[in-house]
Write a protein that binds this ligand. Structure first.
Ligand code: SF4
Ligand code: MG
Length: 283
């Protein structure tokens, strides 16, 4: 039986007190135990940023990868060893800035992994610049006169790219956060969970109080059907994504299940071909 102790490290997170990422870390560890996943059966891959540190605080097979490349690595890990439970995590800058292309392609491929983004709508590690999800007009260190850019909508992106599980959670509601992570980890395919995870140090606009006041709970909304893609698009449009809950879920074949019979993972991409060649040379 997996226990919380198995997943805990002696290293204490160096996040600021009150950072939303603490809840995400605790939720992932508790869900892994609830699902009785042994630590040696989990691979935890993260990107760069404050939230990217998360993999270093979990006792499993972990990798803290290059900026924006966490999903590329996580896909490779899952394809090479389909028996592993693969979790990939990072922030909005990492996932929706430099790593945006990997997000779209992992979603359309339906690689069986859970992707959790701690979306604080700012760059925290580099001390408060605007990120791809910062609202238009928001004053940050890099936009003192207000952000002139329209933000990316991660849920719309996920829907358009073909993600088969899309949910949104809030660090201030750990019960629902855990429930959505658990559903995502049980989903067969690419599960994307966007978490409003406030940066208490550099984002003084999108705070716990703001989210508590403005978020509605989709899971309690009468008549909402998460298997209806058109309804999901409309929901994002109508609410401006100010909700938590399961937005969309679809059952379809994962990439591993779609591979031609007898083919290996080395047929998949140019990069894995190159890696294969390098390994052969070395051996
Ligand atoms: Fe969290 Fe922001 Fe502190 Fe980074 S700077 S640890 S995101 S509160
Ligand atoms: Mg961020």
């Amino acid at each position: 039986m997996a226990t919380l102790k198995d997943y805990r490290m002696d290293i204490k997170p160096n996040w600021c007190p009150g950072c939303g990422d603490f809840s995400v870390l605790a939720a992932i560890q508790k869900v892994a135990v609830n699902l009785n996943i042994e630590a040696e059966d989990m691979a935890f891959i993260s990107g760069i940023g404050c939230s990217g540190r998360i993999s270093g605080y979990v006792n499993a097979y972990t990798m803290h990868t290059m900026h924006g490349r966490a999903l590329a690595t996580a896909q490779g890990v899952k394809l090479a060893n389909p028996d592993l439970h693969v979790i990939c995590a990072g922030g909005d800058g990492d996932g929706f800035g430099i790593g945006l292309n990997h997000f779209a392609h992992a979603a359309r491929r339906n690689v069986d992994l859970t992707y959790i983004v701690m979306d604080n709508q700012i760059y925290g590690l580099t001390k408060g610049q605007m990120s791809p999800t910062s609202p238009q007009g928001m004053e940050t260190k890099s936009s003192p006169g207000g952000n002139p850019e329209q933000p990316i909508n991660p849920l719309q992106m996920a829907l358009a790219s073909g993600s088969s599980f899309i949910a949104q959670a809030f660090s201030g509601d750990v019960k629902q956060l855990m429930s959505l992570i658990e559903q995502g980890m049980q989903h067969k395919g690419f599960a994307f969970i966007n978490v409003f995870s406030p940066c208490v140090t550099f984002n003084k606009v999108l705070t716990y109080e703001y989210f508590k006041k403005n978020l509605v709970n989709l899971d309690e909304k009468e008549g909402y059907d998460p298997s209806n893609r058109a309804m999901a698009f409309n929901m994002v449009e109508e609410t401006g994504s100010m909700f938590t809950g399961l937005l969309y879920k679809q059952e379809r074949k994962t990439l591993t299940e779609s591979l031609p019979k007898g083919s290996g993972t080395n047929m998949l991409t140019r990069d894995t071909f190159i890696l294969d060649d390098i390994m052969k040379e070395k051996l």
